[in-house]
Design a protein around this ligand. Sequence first.
Ligand code: ARG
Length: 463
Amino acid sequence: MTSKIWGGRFSAGPAAIMEEINVSVGFDQRLAKQDLNGSRAHCSMLVAQGIVSHEDGDAIQEGLTRIEKEIVAGNFLFKRALEDVHMNIESRLADLIGTPAGRLHTARSRNDQVATDFRMWVRAAIETLDEDIRKVQSALIDKAEAHADTIMPGFTHLQAAQPVTFGHHLLAYVEMFGRDRGRLMDARTRLNECPLGAGAIAGTSFPIDRHLTAEKLGFDRPMANSMDAVSDRDFALEFLAAASILATHMSRLAEEMVNWSSAQFGFIRFTDAFSTGSSMMPQKRNPDAAELVRGKTGRIYGGLLALLTVMKALPLTYSKDMQEDKETVFAAFDTLELCLAATAGMVVDMKPNAEKMRASADADGLITATDLADWLTQTLNIPFRDSHHITGKIVKLAEGKGVGLAALSLADMQMAEPRITQDVFRVLTPEASAASRTSYGGTAPDNVRKQAAEARTRFLTRT
Ligand code: ARG
């Protein structure tokens, strides 16, 4: 005989290896709270619909409350032999209240139960991450405001392109993280439909009220199709996809922090709180936290690919393959929480070195070449393509002399274009260049201050 909940038609227990591959309670106990809430809602609906008596309903609710206390207190014994969190809780309920426990699973299957629990878990995870990302944005906006005037080289192809401000650079990440929050919240909106009541696959003959359970559990509506309800995991895929893009953004910022904090760049310095030493080289100050944020991206992508592969070509409806959905999502969430907190910490901690950034922007004196070309077009009405060409000649001349543009004489400039006047030198400093970029979304310090203020309203104000 077997003591399994489904043991009626079984005469022997599972092989040890069968139990080993089947067991999920080691990880799905993270769904315990959602499972209890789902059961509470299901039970009150069964009572409201006259499917279960008030007495039995009350006994079940009390039993569930006792179980919750046991779990919170850490006294609940999850048993591997009971496979998963659902059967552990149901079996404990039977220990505690006896016969009425058997009525809880009326008009319910573990298939709709786990889908409901997992949706609620992902929903809560999204809300937590939204707050975590918000903290990173808040730290970035503070730093950006403080460095709205700090000139640095802006890079394309990792080559100095045009002067920008450090504040502007940081606000770029605030936008990315804003879209990450949007993607997660979009996923939340789509996932917020309730599978409960779909039963194993086909619905049920009991007169249940799916709208009631959906409402009790904070869902917008019940899922429309019972087969979809038990077999869909695209909410988890969407979560992992949004998580992957978020991780990508964090990895880019982390990579920049690694670069910036190197002696070769010297743009930022981490305090001892965010630096690690080398066991052999006493001079080292390594940005390990940034490297790990960069490195942990792989796990999150891995989770997305793993679940996509699990779901690929899986016929309707539920198959046990789908039990593989949870660990990837849990792991992605844990990794993101850790990386977001580390990222926020690093942003607060990093001390920009304005002199180094300024010097790097002006290292070869050529970073304002675009400003020279713009001047030719704006002042002499030369078509921009020609201005570009003329500027190219001047840059070549400067390079030949081993000097920056500002160190050329007016006569040198006039060799390329005789109408150039002394006024051109006004636009050749990195400060003038940055200050002139006043177009919407541009890097001018006044813009950056405005953008930081707007970002506060857009991303940090709670509605
Ligand atoms: N532990 C299972 C899972 O996570 C619960 C659903 C089991 N359903 C079934 N028909 N065996 O997928």
